[in-house]
Write a protein that binds this ligand. Structure first.
Ligand SMILES: [Cu+2]
Length: 404
């Protein structure tokens, strides 16, 4: 009996999706969950039907977290989180009919070069968590095809000691972190490691996903030449979804600085840019895994994240310098009179600032649906003195909506 590829596939989708092959039930986890299972990981390489922002289901390859009792494929793959020197044990089971790989550029040893897992095989790798920083793990085979079709995820390693995200910070990165919460420019608190967000950027061209679904071999040269991204994602989501996912949006009061770890797993360079604060560029890790911690921590409005590169930002959470009015007046007072826009009876405070890419097509979905692409934001929830901004209140008088 010849089992066709379509019958072989264990479909996964959000909700119930009608397909030519019949109705299938959902089992895909949308977006990155910040859950971690310490240093023992069991991943499967599997497949999933992933719903795009316009509700189109697109076939993907995906990592499934076998430690998660829900047994759900995830894009990106689950977070691997460790402290430098931790012994990490990781098993990778390949449930697909072709060989797949696993590589973490920047980690010493065979895992940094990449291993190959044959169909039906499970391989276990043990390695010591490398120096502190941001890492991308991926299926490195047939590059960049397997990575872009869904087999990628984040790894974050914290240093054993110190107050920065790095084991060997440069003097200026060290100085910046020493200044947080102590220097006049950075009133508030020092950085805490839980004040971190991961932004895994990726892209989808469904024509190639359809080839993978049909079991066709995808030539990486043709892939690179003919790829036209139709969807741009952050942590597997786009547009309104990535903008309202609290795992993605940094949130805190003035004086609570955050790290944003940006990881580009797609096919094009991105130039993320945020409103409200500038950010400090701390470090970049190139596609080969080489970490470059900034000698000079430049303050930028936007910075380009190259393909397969990690880029770490510090978002200082200072009071936005361009807020109108007297700086001595707390934000919570100004929200009422200056900053509160009421839309449809809903006050728009607290202060949410957008993040959008300066690569314009990345803001769209399906060839023009704007702004349902690679967009998100960050939220100021309270003042420097630790008091939260007032809750949204449509009865509030004096806001812009009442004044015109
Ligand atoms: Cu802008």
């Amino acid at each position: 009996m010849k089992v066709s590829r379509r019958e072989f596939v264990r479909y996964a989708a959000v909700g119930v999706v009608g397909m030519a092959g019949g109705l299938v039930l959902g089992r895909y986890v949308p977006g990155l969950r910040m859950t971690t299972y310490g240093t023992r990981h069991r991943l499967a390489i599997t497949e999933a039907l992933v719903e795009m922002v316009d509700r189109k289901p697109v076939y993907h390859w995906a990592f499934e977290d076998l430690n998660n009792p829900q047994h759900l494929p995830q894009i990106p793959g689950p977070l691997i989180e460790a402290v430098e020197g931790d012994e990490i044990a990781l098993s990778v089971a390949n449930t697909l009919p072709d060989s797949h790989g696993f590589r973490i550029p920047g980690v010493p040893g065979e895992i940094g070069v990449g291993i190959v897992v044959a169909p039906g095989e499970t391989k276990t790798i043990e390695f010591d968590a490398p120096a502190g920083g941001s890492y991308i793990y991926m299926d490195h085979l047939n590059a960049p095809v397997n990575r872009v079709l869904g087999l990628h995820g984040p790894m974050v390693v914290l240093p054993k000691s110190g107050n920065t995200p790095y084991s060997n910070p440069t003097p200026n990165v060290q100085r910046l972190f020493d200044d947080l919460g102590t220097a006049e420019h950075f009133p508030g608190e020092p950085w805490k490691s839980e004040r971190s967000r991961i932004w895994v950027f990726s892209t989808v061209d469904p024509r190639f996903n359809a080839m993978a679904e049909r079991g066709e071999t995808i030539d990486p040269v043709r892939f690179t030449d003919e790829y036209v991204p139709r969807y741009f994602t952050i942590n597997g989501e786009s547009g309104a979804f990535s903008s309202h996912n609290h795992h993605t949006t940094p949130e805190g009061r003035v004086g609570q600085p955050h790290i944003i770890r940006i990881m580009n797993t797609g096919v094009n360079a991105d130039s993320p840019h945020i409103h409200g604060n500038h950010v400090y560029l701390l470090a970049r890790r190139n596609a080969e895994g080489v970490l470059c911690i900034q000698e000079n921590v430049i303050l930028v409005d936007t910075f380009t994240d190259e393909v397969a590169q990690c880029m770490d930002w510090l978002l200082p959470f200072i009071r936005p310098p361009d807020i109108p009015g007297d700086e001595r007046v707390p934000l919570r007072e100004q929200v009422k009179t200056e900053l509160s826009l009421t839309l449809g009876g809903v006050g728009q405070s607290p202060l949410m600032y957008p993040m959008h890419g300066h690569n314009e097509q990345s803001q769209s979905a399906a060839g023009g649906n704007y702004p349902q692409g690679m967009v998100t934001g960050w939220i100021i929830t309270g003042d420097l003195d630790g008091v939260d901004l007032p809750p949204s209140n449509s009865e509030e008088k004096g806001g812009p909506a009442e004044r015109h």
